[in-house]
Design a protein around this ligand. Structure first.
Ligand code: GDP
Length: 366
């Protein structure tokens, strides 16, 4: 195009045409640019069903996004993937920090992949924040596994309410299964409430324990032990072997006192070493035996059905809560009412009723 300053009114000025921008020489760069194009829900589903890892990863990012439009696409993708999901074995792994979760998942994962399975490792850690570097499900913590093409490792969705983080992981499981991953590991730290959330989305719950602190049994919440289908004592190597075996027998005795689990499966206690890769196959044999057992006695399906109901209710509860607390006027009224309740000017119940009345009236557009 002729440059405007070449017009006669700019006397003595001559603008030559410069060097145009070079064509893209690096085809990968061009491909990267193309990638940024937004995909439709159908594109995502097609990619996922083909087992395209990069599309799967992007779809998981949509699930994790708080953007409403992303959420809408994510929900459509999940819905369309549902008929292709459910065919994996889902295993929850918990243990206190330092118990050896990542070391163990790294070697468990290799064991699984070498058996010809495709494995997805997900995590639930409501305390994590991406920017601070999440603790769980981090690829750098699972160096060997992260190089396997049949392993998909995804860190915990970043901080949020436990319910929200757990729901996202639950939804991610659906996509991973649709993408052909037939083994799913969900990792969580055994210190808070997150085990319950993990328990509600897995078939088998593995508790990693350590020996040698002298107060093994006291340190563990009874509830977590009751949820466990298997307890494994890690770091059974070197000088630690005897102590690990002793801890195992203490756990066996403790489990004896527990009521039988609804699955009728008797939780087993094993020792192993994640670091030296001793006893890995035994741990996995136990898990396989569990699946054979619960599939045969019908518990596997019953539990899956209960979990599906649970997640429906959880999702309803979460959405209702979000909607309720998402209305600024409701929050303002709540603050006022809180003061009145604290000052003994109104009872908790009438205050709650007033806020709910306000909310329902607003819903009806009154
Ligand atoms: P996480 O916090 O539960 O994920 O634990 P890590 O896997 O990061 O392990 C914590 C520490 O324990 C690391 O220094 C590991 O090298 C070490 N560790 C893990 N597994 C074993 C094991 O089987 N034997 C020994 N001796 N050390 C281990």
């Amino acid at each position: 195009m002729e440059h405007p300053e070449n017009d006669k009114q700019y006397k003595g000025l001559q603008v030559n045409s410069g060097v145009g921008s070079q064509p893209v020489v690096n085809p990968y760069r061009a491909a990267m640019r193309r990638k940024r194009v937004e995909l439709s829900a159908g594109d995502y589903v097609e990619g996922i069903l083909k087992g395209d890892v990069s599309i799967l990863g992007r779809a998981v990012t949509l699930i994790e996004s708080t953007n409403e439009r992303h959420q809408a696409i994510a929900q459509e993708v999940i819905e369309k993937c549902l008929p292709y999901s459910g065919k994996s074995r889902r295993i929850g792994i918990t243990g206190v920090p330092g118990a050896g979760k990542s070391t163990s998942i790294d070697v468990f994962g290799l064991h699984i992949v070498r058996q010809g399975h495709r494995l997805a490792v997900l995590a639930i850690d409501p305390s994590s924040e991406r920017t601070k570097g999440s603790i769980l499900g981090d690829k750098t913590r699972m160096e060997k596994l992260s190089q396997e093409k049949d392993a998909f490792i995804r860190p915990s969705p970043s901080a949020g309410s436990l319910g929200g983080v757990a729901r996202k992981t639950r939804e991610t499981i659906v996509l991973c299964e649709a993408a052909g991953y037939d083994r799913i590991i969900v990792e969580t730290v055994g210190v808070g409430q997150s085990e319950t959330a993990v328990h509600s989305m897995v078939d088998f719950f593995l508790l990693i324990q350590l020996a040698g602190t002298g107060d093994e049994l006291q340190g563990i919440k009874r509830g977590i032990m009751e949820m466990a289908d298997g307890i494994v004592i890690n770091k059974c190597d070197g000088d630690n072997v005897e102590r690990a075996k002793l801890a195992a027998s203490q756990f066996r005795n403790a489990l004896f006192l527990f009521p039988p689990s609804p699955s009728k499966w008797k939780p087993e206690v094993l020792t192993y070493s994640g670091y030296y890769e001793i006893g890995i196959d035994l741990v996995w044999d136990m898990i396989d035996r569990y699946f054979d057992f619960v599939i045969a006695n019908g518990y596997f399906e019953r539990k899956r059905n209960e979990q599906a109901k649970y997640w429906m209710m959880e999702t309803i509860n979460e959405q209702l809560r979000n909607h309720f607390y998402g209305i600024p006027e409701v929050r303002a009224l709540l603050e006022q009412k809180e003061l009145r309740v604290l000052n003994n000017e109104q009872s908790s119940f009438t205050a709650a009723k007033d806020v709910l009345d306000f909310y329902f009236k607003r819903l009806r557009g009154e």
